[in-house]
Design a protein around this ligand. Structure first.
Ligand SMILES: C[S@@+](CC[C@H](N)C(=O)[O-])C[C@H]1O[C@@H](n2cnc3c(N)ncnc32)[C@H](O)[C@@H]1O
Ligand code: SF4
Length: 338
């Protein structure tokens, strides 16, 4: 898996506090200043980065679409690719929905991000910079943009460590959510990390057969192992794990599905978010009627499983994360790579 061309200048936001201190030794520069809004970046820091052949900001805003409480931004990367991030305004702060890869290898039938395949991983700096550019009011981060975060484990975890470092942004770990289709080996690794973050598993099915149809890239991951690894993470960290279930009429919404899902979750440190599908151009799936969602929810509630019904935020601007990218660019670089 390639990351980005070796010739591309490194981003200063890729640096941990220790690396920055070593590189800037004696210069009196503060690591914290790297995370300042662009206009407030100290001149001395800019000069230092230039001398190090580093870029202090590497993402260019290409488009921004506003709608209701959300804003979707398409960021151009140094090599011509692009990713999107969504800023969602809440009463008590802002949520940054960020991308972890350019495209995605898992090719979920319902998702725009996977339709052009995986182009490359984002670096830690490119992940951190999305948060920085979304502004100082961001107090929650969700890895629900383009890409599968656990398929880019090293850079995602490095980005989280940079974001939460007290010498820099000091972002609260409890405000960070990793959303994943659940790669068993990566879940086992995540279980051992000393990080109090939130984990969301995009489950979407209760049988291997249906999951394979909906998430073709996860065929080699047994659904039972995905669930058991996630529940093991929840036990180890004494936190609830959230299972997201996109209810798709005629595919995964039968009473038997609801009963199986309830059995998997009952009595465990788990809750369920039932989601409606946001239409993706060229994909022939249907949205669930309210009545079907209510029946599904009742089965879970009766089994004592905490459950909420969620619509993806930002449906009015371009539906779920990932769609703007596909619609505008079809996953192609914005300009030819040299
Ligand atoms: C885009 S994914 C990125 C994170 C990770 N790859 C995952 O699948 O959890 C974030 C969430 O969006 C959901 N999603 C993708 N396409 C959607 C759509 N068209 N409508 C509703 N939700 C969608 C996914 O199921 C997942 O729960
Ligand atoms: S839902 Fe997640 S794993 Fe599936 S294609 Fe989209 S980004 Fe990838």
């Amino acid at each position: 898996m390639f990351i980005r061309p070796p010739s591309a200048p490194r981003l200063a936001l890729d640096l941990t506090a220790e690396e920055f201190e070593t590189l800037s030794d004696g210069s009196g520069l503060a690591y914290r200043d790297l995370f300042s809004p662009h206009a407030d970046l100290p001149r001395a820091l800019r000069n230092w980065a230039e001398a190090q052949a580093m870029r202090i900001r590497g993402l260019n805003r290409i488009t921004a679409e506003r709608g209701g409480m959300s804003q979707k931004i398409l960021f151009g990367l140094g090599d011509g690719y692009a990713v999107e991030s969504v800023l969602i305004r809440r009463r008590d702060g802002h949520t940054a929905c960020i991308s972890s890869q350019v495209g995605c290898a898992f090719a979920c039938r319902f998702c725009a991000s996977g339709q052009a395949g995986l182009k490359r991983n984002l670096t830690a700096g490119e992940i951190v910079e999305q948060v920085v550019q979304l502004g100082p009011k961001v107090n929650r981060i969700v890895f629900m943009g383009i890409g599968e975060p656990l398929n880019n484990y090293e850079h995602v975890l490095r980005a989280i460590r940079i974001l939460r470092d007290r010498r820099g942004m000091d972002f609260p770990t409890t405000g960070i959510t990793i959303s994943t289709i659940g790669i068993p080996k990566a879940l086992a690794r995540l279980r051992e990390e000393h990080l109090a973050l939130n984990l969301t598993i995009s489950l979407h099915a209760t049988t291997q057969d249906m999951r394979d149809r909906l998430i073709p890239g996860a065929r080699k991951h047994p659904i039972g192992e995905v669930v058991s690894r996630a529940l093991s993470w929840a036990d180890r960290h004494n936190r609830l794990v959230t299972f997201v279930y996109l209810v798709l009429p005629g595919l995964n919404d039968s009473p038997a599905d609801a009963t199986r899902l309830a059995r998997m979750m009952a009595g465990r440190k788990a809750r369920v978010n039932l989601m409606r599908w946001n239409p993706v151009e060229g994909v022939a799936l249907q949205r669930t009627p309210d009545r079907a969602l209510a029946l599904f929810r009742n089965t879970l509630t009766q089994a004592g499983v905490p459950v909420v019904v969620r619509d993806t935020q930002g449906r009015d601007i371009s539906a779920a994360c990932g769609q703007l990218w596909l619609r505008d660019l079809k996953g192609a670089p914005l300009q030819p790579k040299s």
